[in-house]
Design a protein around this ligand. Sequence first.
Ligand code: MRU
Length: 348
Amino acid sequence: MYKIVEWKKDKVVMIDQTLLPTRVVYRTYNDYKAVAKAIKELVVRGAPAIGVAAAMGIALGAKKIKQTTLKDFKREFKKVATTIAKTRPTAVNLFWAVKRMNDIVEEFTGVNIDTLKKKLITEAKNIHREDIDRNKSIGKHGGRLLKTNSTVLTHCNAGALATAGYGTALGVIRGAVAAGKNIKVFADETRPVLQGARLTAWELMQDNLDVTLITDNMAGYMMREGLVDCVVVGSDRIASNGDVANKIGTYTVAVLAKAHGLPFYVAAPTSTIDMAAKSGDDIPIEERSSKEITHVRGKRIAPVGVKTLNPAFDITPARLVTAIITEKGVIKPPFKAGIKKQFAKKKK
Ligand code: MRU
């Protein structure tokens, strides 16, 4: 599989997801402000991948700080971390990664700033490596939930491309396939940015997995026809009561799954759980440019001047979620207690 985000020769290298699937282009970043712009413009996207890119962007910015006293370094570091933190509001993995990087600075007691810079690079690399390990565990736990022969519907891209590698929702599918199960996937195209059509379909085909692309408004039909056995999606932020923020349209799929008596699973690492959010009401929803709706791949499809609304995410209430799969295991309702128990076990 392709590398998604990488620390290479003291630079950040990322696959440009805005160009997939027609072109596979890698971008090299040597400036943290360019990394921030890349996060905003979806060159890198998907909650865990945003977290990894954020950490690497911060390491890059820190590396270039010229100040040599800890006090002056901290002042400049704050500017770097704030710029990165302001890129996208919903995926909590971003703020989780910024905090981990910030903690390295706060806990540093030495005087040699070069040592601190090295520690920051190591932490960014750790965040990258840990994410892959977590996704593989999610795949093992979640893979057990899928029946031997089943068709899974997924929304958006919660695959390798949305993480450091392997994926969360697609990690569950990979885990089931690795366990010898015969899994077919329906990928919702996921308007308006088409992460399902462009990214999920492409990445599953790269692995020779059985994927069928459908438009978002076909999910209900497929379920009523008995063609779907369960839904597996990722998440950008999970509140402490089990409410789930994920790509716009996820809520609709969850309502449909409930209406058809199908399990609705959410796969995410514990870095996606926000214990400070009591419910979905506490999760900020990113509003993106109207151009994502009025244009398709740069071509206008709507009248000039039409009013638009473009929330990039929605909230699926916990009551519609069958189980949350993290690297620590499967959480079943009541989620509040289950999440608290898993979170207590969390090391970082
Ligand atoms: O706007 P995006 O592409 O960053 O949104 C991505 C999603 O909503 C994913 O489903 C979510 O981040 C889970 S990724 C493992």
